[in-house]
Design a protein around this ligand. Sequence first.
Ligand SMILES: C[S@@+](CC[C@H](N)C(=O)[O-])C[C@H]1O[C@@H](n2cnc3c(N)ncnc32)[C@H](O)[C@@H]1O
Length: 302
Amino acid sequence: MRKFPRSPTVRINGIDVELGFINSGKYSLRCRLYRTAEGLSGLLESAWFERALASALGRWRSMRRSEAIREARRLDGIYRWYAPIYDRLFARMYRSARVRSIASLKLTARDRVLIAGVGTGLDLPELPLAVVAVGLDASLAMLTRARVAHHVAAVDLLVGDAQFAPFVDAAFDVAMLHLILSVVPDPPAAFREVMRVVKPGGRIAVLDKFAPDGDASWIRRVVNAFARWSGTDITRRLAEIIEGQPVRAVSHETALLGNYQLVLLERLTDVRSDPDPRPTTSTPAAVAALDRLGDSRDIQPQ
Ligand SMILES: C[S@@+](CC[C@H](N)C(=O)[O-])C[C@H]1O[C@@H](n2cnc3c(N)ncnc32)[C@H](O)[C@@H]1O
């Protein structure tokens, strides 16, 4: 237990007496404060308190974990339902916006590209032919659709969570975030992960519907109750999602009658602000995908 300084003591008739008590009220108050602090410190360091704290933290963590699992299951259910009809519903609607977003990246054969939340792969036919990429998505149903619909050979499709991307730091030159930041349960976490796996100087293309700054209208919140039910959130703001991250906006346009934003960002410095432990090695599937990216860069025309 930590000891706090005491006021000096003298021995009177064989008893140790703290000078503070006989000297002045000021010393006496200090002594009492020290004793209280000592008592508190004892309590904080006691096994009982440790157990109580551990159990409260455990309950809190498991509550958060089960919340996250519930949300992931909810989204998986929604996208399992969407998978067979997604392209019919949305392919045409988003085509010109995604073409513009991909064009803004000025991709070359040397770029290692991550498509986070690749879905049914509607971005894939729009990539320049020489570009190879890794597509990550939490929904197996959507990825299966991507495999079947686009017969993709130049893209590795991995099941995984963009909030805990299974890649080493700075594995990619480019990341595409098309229509995922409005869907993923924790968008700042997903963005932080993308920042981690994109190298400094790398480009990040974002296409999504964000709430305009300052728009907290009740209509938007009411409509959002329905939007969330269909697997998306229309109240998120890009500025809040990327807040504190070392990025600069290279370009910013709107699309689909001003309801969507196309933003090209550049990662500036090598900063890791997230204290959570993250994988320092990729998962085996991600390692293989990254190896294939490297191999294909070797054989491609420059
Ligand atoms: C609206 S769709 C967009 C698909 C595709 N990017 C496009 O432009 O058509 C959102 C996608 O994000 C995926 N997704 C949701 N949460 C995710 C997560 N935590 N990690 C990876 N993908 C996720 C969904 O499974 C779904 O395929």
